[in-house]
Design a protein around this ligand. Structure first.
Ligand code: NAI
Ligand code: MG
Length: 354
């Protein structure tokens, strides 16, 4: 049996860390006798330069024909002043929409060795282990109209959701909670937003289908505060697109570096896309010093969610945890005691551990 993986390196450090994930998958392939086939496609700034579009048709078709997609990151200052349809992040939004990736799963777990690396107090983050389930294809980032009016002096963005869009993400969150500590926190702004009122109603309706899960609701502003004052209280957090975007970056401080955080973006029946939570990090791109961990852990999520290779996924996670707890770290975690290593050295340590 062979798994087809579409690689979308993108820009900046995306083009470095994606090959770390590939190396680790090849180690898994050898050890567990699984066959992975890789095919690379352009997306983001590199695609704009080569094809004059951030998302070429060949990339969409290649992803649809694959069993799963690994994405590095897109963007960079070179394209910052481009018109909006020629911006790298258009490629990212486009591929999420094309594959109908409605659910973004971001696990956030502090490694013992890195507790001190967070600006938060160790006693606050010790034991935190949560999963943010973010709606990814609705809400403000996709709502229409989104435009300037009155000669550019007025603007409108639209936050819209349908019942069906909310139900499927809420179901995904309940099911994720069932596999974890069975606690679900739904985050909204139901005191102000109509969309949040429907969101809250649907979570309440769905409770009876998952009687083993305890549910509470938090307003997003309170959730933002509690995430860094008492993160241990959370198991699964479910929320709409923009709230999830903000809260998941905030949650990254629990782990000490954005370079540690993986993510999975899932469709109802189609291919999943796996990418680190960080961006293309132009400030360190090309230097060989990026932390490949988030990308490698994203590949582990791919094995688990798209290929049902749980043992193999666990092997990657164990290897990462062992190497990190031995003190090996890239420069983003420079306050850590232990040995400073490059992207390829970190990758090789994880490969060797596997
Ligand atoms: P960023 O995540 O690229 O970088 C933020 C800071 O974290 C930088 O100092 C960077 O050096 C550091 N960092 C991030 N990942 C790291 C890693 N793996 N190892 C070591 N250090 C790491 O976010 P920023 O600077 O806001 O955006 C840079 C570009 O990336 C922009 O063009 C932005 O649009 C794009 N971006 C793309 C995303 C994606 O492709 N999913 C997500 C976020 C931003
Ligand atoms: Mg973000």
């Amino acid at each position: 049996m062979s798994f087809k993986i579409a690689l979308l390196p993108g820009d900046g450090i995306g083009t470095e860390v994606i090959y770390s994930a590939k190396d680790v998958l090849q180690a898994i392939s050898k050890k567990y006798n699984k066959k992975f086939e890789f095919e690379a496609y352009d997306i983001g700034g590199v695609a704009i330069d080569k094809h004059h579009t951030p998302l070429p048709d060949a990339t969409i078709e290649g992803c649809k024909a694959a069993d799963a997609v690994l994405l590095g990151a897109v963007g960079g200052p070179k394209w910052d002043n481009n018109p909006s349809d020629l911006r790298p992040e258009r490629g990212l939004l486009g591929i999420r929409k094309a594959l109908d990736l409605y659910a973004n799963l971001r696990p956030v777990k502090g490694f013992q060795k890195l507790l001190h690396a967070s600006p938060l107090k160790e006693e606050i983050i010790n034991g935190s282990d949560l999963l943010i389930v973010r709606e990814l294809t609705g809400g403000l980032y996709f709502g229409r109209p989104s435009e300037r009016r009155d000669n550019g002096n007025a603007v409108v963005d639209t936050l819209s959701y349908t019942r069906q869009e909310i139900e499927r993400i809420v179901d995904m969150a309940f099911q994720s909670a069932q596999l974890r500590k069975k606690r679900l926190t739904s985050v909204d702004k139901a005191n102000v937003l109509e969309s949040s009122k429907l969101w809250r109603e649907i979570v309440e309706e769905k409770k009876s289908e998952y009687p083993d899960v305890t549910v509470d609701h938090l307003l997003v502003d309170a959730a933002a505060m509690k995430l860094i004052t008492n993160p241990v209280q959370f198991d699964v957090i479910v929320t709409e697109n923009m709230f999830g975007d903000i809260l998941s970056d905030e949650a990254s401080v629990l782990t000490g570096s954005l370079g540690m955080l993986p993510s999975a973006s899932l469709a109802e029946n189609g291919v999943g896309l796996y990418e680190p939570a960080h961006g293309s990090a132009p400030d360190i791109a090309g230097k060989g010093i990026a932390n490949p961990t988030a990308m490698i852990l994203s590949a582990a999520m791919m094995l688990r969610y798209s290929f049902q290779l749980n043992e193999e996924a666990q092997a990657i996670e164990n290897a990462v945890e062992a190497v990190v707890n031995e003190g090996y770290h890239t420069q983003d975690l420079k306050s850590t005691t232990g040995e400073l290593v490059s992207t390829t050295e970190m990758t090789q340590l994880i490969v060797d551990k596997i």
